[in-house]
Design a protein around this ligand. Structure first.
Ligand SMILES: [Zn+2]
Length: 236
């Protein structure tokens, strides 16, 4: 596993810089390719800090990543982050703009990444100040919910799970929501088979170190369980 130096990704004609770090498996053709996205809402710092932790972990070459190619995007909405706002500097919620012909430079850039890389899995990290616990949204491949369940269990050693039957206006079962908003960062509509797609949310009012630890534990668990499920599927 080798970590590339950060790519200086300045979006042409916008001056907006979206950093990207790639951690590669030892044998290039060998890996599961995952995209890990944080900070599409500029005021949700836990995901960004968690991605920095995960990058440090990847740089230590853990055996757990020998067959993973990870593409980290720690700050997907840099102008919103600078302003401390959910929306970007144009006042738009970027996580409602995907695959609808948006001309926002951040969305155009990320859509091109998603089209080119054709990830096996997408993990998007968020925080919610209306929630007292961790929860998540699943879509895409059916196994997404089978990864979110153990991820929430792992996160619960740091922060509780949101057990409410209704979260953010959606029906939820033990912190797992199978609906979602239109226009969120997700795989291209034409990508088949559908990749794993999980949105993981921490309670934004909890202590930051706990949010970061819960997120890191959740992502590591998703990666470990994904490999297990792939191995199981291959033996069917
Ligand atoms: Zn968010």
């Amino acid at each position: 596993m080798v970590t590339d130096s950060p790519l200086e990704t300045v979006i042409p004609s916008s001056g907006i810089y979206i950093p990207k770090i790639i951690s590669r498996p030892l044998r290039p053709a060998d890996g599961f390719k995952m995209g890990i996205f944080a900070g599409i809402h500029g005021d949700e710092e836990a995901g960004t800090l968690a991605v920095h932790e995960l990058i440090k972990w990847a740089e230590s070459k853990p055996a757990a990543l020998h067959d993973y190619e990870l593409h980290f995007y720690p700050v997907c909405n840099p102008t919103g982050r600078n302003l401390g706002t959910r929306h970007n500097h144009s006042g738009l919620d970027l996580n409602r703009e995907f695959w609808s012909g948006s001309t926002e430079p951040e969305v155009v850039f990320l859509e091109a990444e998603l089209r080119r890389e054709r990830f096996d899995g997408l993990i998007a990290l968020h925080s919610d100040d209306d929630s007292d616990g961790c929860y998540g949204f699943v879509r895409g491949a059916l196994l997404s919910e089978h990864l979110l369940e153990p991820a929430l269990a792992a996160a619960s050693s740091h922060l509780p799970r949101n057990e409410l039957p209704l979260i953010d206006g959606f029906l939820a079962a033990r912190g797992i929501i199978k609906e979602g908003y239109d226009g969120i960062l997700c795989a291209p509509p034409g990508q088949h088979p559908r990749p794993l797609e999980i949105v993981f949310e921490t309670p934004a009012l909890a202590l930051m170190p706990q949010q970061v630890a819960a997120t890191v534990a959740a992502v590591k668990t998703m990666l470990a369980e994904y490999r297990e499920l792939q191995a199981f599927a291959a033996n069917l």
